[in-house]
Design a protein around this ligand. Structure first.
Ligand code: BGC
Length: 574
């Protein structure tokens, strides 16, 4: 999977071995009882994250914002939304997280701002063509850039919106209240460098670069992945490497593998990038009981530079996006995973992991086993570690952003406020009700999903091959079984996964491993030795996943044990 071997000090590669936990401040824990989560609440719950075992937190946008896109509509890039806390509390959070060896990744939403941002208010009043007006992208002709697709198709009809005050149209790739910043203007580029310096100096460990493929526009193109965008990102990266080594860029580039991989550059652009196309194919493979969608997408994935890493995920704060699938695949996904038409939004499905999988514990475990074993750094969405439900009847993507369920108490232990004051209602669906699905209850039951996740995380941290190993799919005659190895240095891990709801046999070719013993990774149980020229046979239970460390059996010749010679004088016999 790796393309080059750039010399890169190992401690700067922390993101390769990371396990990231994604959360929204407002949804995690309300420390002051006003119904909205805050930094004080998150501070109270850092021990929980440490107990779960994750190594990095990705914080969704926490800046001042009209919250018409849940904070991705930023009105000030340098402060904290008052409902969540202030910069002093943010600094304490950084200290406390670092004290627990937790890295903190924040959002850098630089494609667009809110229309309430002073830059936009100034731009619409400034004279046409002035540097202030040109902080954003304007036109008199809304047929410009006509080859650019609309992303939020359920909400927007055009990427241009008329502004009465400016007497021009402005450009936006997302909601009309999120005007795109104009990267053709060097002043805008300077602003981004300033922001990065500010947050790096405070001590953040990384930035998720939101919507990064869309920074520049050029006529006659689809406005995505333009060379200008890559050149700008390389400049940003150089700046960060020179001044804040170890700070990481995590690109959000929802693209096909080839285009996605271009955001790594030659190891001189983004350190990480989500592997968007893998995600829906994990769900497809499970439903089809066929490994092909998974093996095929990895076969299409180019090698990436040695200092880069994919981020993989099952769910996040957005809809399960179906942009990177074919039309037939999308129909299939809708048919199987969006039974309630309310679950569809834009080009995707607004469900959390447990409801998507019919709350089937075996399927939830199997999907997590894929998340934790395939190449890339796993990203867990808050609440999915306890199997939280969702509410598709809330607006937009709010149904997957409801309060974290801590206990069976009022408001799921999220807040002491009057339940009517909560920023969103808690989940009351009987199947996922917070009285049964919550951290407190699951902590007490070592068979719970929470404990399962904890164990998987603990195991992952023991073997570097998870984060750094190569990927090698093994030939298996049964297409319902996926088998692969991950090798790093002298360590090889073997994974055997049954995608079917029925028991399956699997003859696996373990070429090159004769003389090795598969040692079951959780129990340390040794399986029979792999012998030459024979396929290895596994019997797999429904939705089974088996993880092994392949250990070379000690073959040094041990000198045969020799009985001591005793010379006995047989007195008197002769
Ligand atoms: C974020 C979305 C947001 C959009 C516009 C996305 O990539 O993940 O939640 O609505 O950017 O900022």
């Amino acid at each position: 999977m790796s393309k080059t071997n750039i010399d890169f000090p190992d401690n700067l590669l922390w993101y390769k071995d990371a396990i990231i936990y994604e959360l929204h401040i407002k949804a995690f824990r309300d420390g002051n009882g006003d119904g909205v989560g805050d930094f004080q609440g998150l501070l109270e719950k850092l021990d929980y994250l440490q107990e779960l075992g994750v190594t990095a937190i990705w914080l969704l946008p926490f800046y001042p914002s009209p919250l018409r896109d849940d904070g991705y509509d930023i009105a000030d890039y340098y402060t904290i939304n008052k409902s969540y806390g202030d910069i002093e509390q943010f600094k304490i959070l950084l200290d406390e997280a670092h004290r627990r060896n937790l890295k903190v990744i924040t959002e850098l939403v630089i494609n667009h701002s809110s229309d309430q941002h002073p830059w936009f208010q100034r731009a619409r009043r400034a004279p046409k063509g002035s540097p202030e007006r040109d902080y954003y992208v304007w036109t008199d002709d809304p047929t410009q850039y006509k080859d650019v697709r609309i992303i939020f198709q359920d909400f927007e009809k055009s990427n241009w919106t008329w502004d009465n005050e400016a007497q021009q149209y402005y450009w936006h790739r997302f909601f009309h209240h999120q005007p795109d910043l104009n990267y053709g203007n060097p002043l805008v580029q300077d602003e981004v460098f300033r922001m990065i310096d500010y947050w790096c100096e405070l001590g953040v460990d990384g930035f998720r670069l939101d919507a990064v493929p869309y920074l520049f526009e050029r006529e006659g193109t689809n406005g995505e992945n333009l060379p200008e965008t890559h050149a700008f990102l390389k400049k940003l990266r150089k700046h960060v490497d020179d001044h804040f080594p170890g700070v990481v860029f995590l690109a959000e580039a929802n693209m096909w593998p080839e285009d996605s991989a271009s955001y790594f550059g030659n190891g001189d652009e983004c350190h990480m990038n989500y592997h968007f196309p893998v995600m829906p194919r994990l769900f497809m493979s499970l439903q089809m009981e066929d490994r092909y969608p998974i093996t095929d997408i990895f076969d299409q994935t180019p090698a990436i530079p040695a200092n880069c890493q994919w981020a993989i995920f099952l769910r996040n704060h957005d809809e399960l996006t179906l942009e990177m699938v074919t039309d037939e695949e999308r129909d299939y996904m809708y048919k199987t995973y969006a039974k309630d038409p309310k679950a569809k939004i834009n080009l995707g499905i607004r469900h959390r992991l447990a409801p998507l999988l019919g709350n089937n514990r075996k399927k939830i475990e199997l999907m997590n086993s894929l998340l934790f074993s395939l190449p890339g750094t796993p990203v867990i969405y808050y609440g999915d570690e306890i199997g939280m439900g969702d509410n598709v009847y809330l607006g937009d993507r709010d149904g997957v952003r409801t309060p974290m369920q801590w206990s069976p108490d009022r408001n799921a232990g999220f807040s002491t406020a009057n339940p009517h004051k909560l920023y969103l209602p808690t989940i009351l669906d009987p199947e996922y009700h917070y009285e049964s699905v919550n951290v407190e209850t699951q902590r007490q039951n070592t068979s719970s999903l929470f404990w399962f996740m904890k164990r998987m995380i603990t195991l992952r941290k023991k073997h570097k091959a998870f984060g750094r190993g190569d990927l090698n799919f093994l030939p298996v005659e049964n297409p319902k079984v996926l088998a692969f190895t991950r090798t790093y240095a002298d360590e090889t891990l073997l994974f055997v996964i049954n995608l079917s709801k029925f028991s399956q046999p699997a003859h696996i070719e373990l070429t090159g491993f004769s003389g090795y013993v598969p040692v079951e990774a959780f129990s340390q149980n040794s399986f029979p030795i792999v012998s030459e020229n024979e396929t290895y046979f596994f019997t797999l239970a429904p939705h089974d996943y088996q993880w092994f460390v392949l250990e070379k059996k000690h073959t040094d010749v041990i000198p045969a044990f020799q009985l001591p010679t005793i010379n006995v004088a047989l007195w008197g016999r002769f």
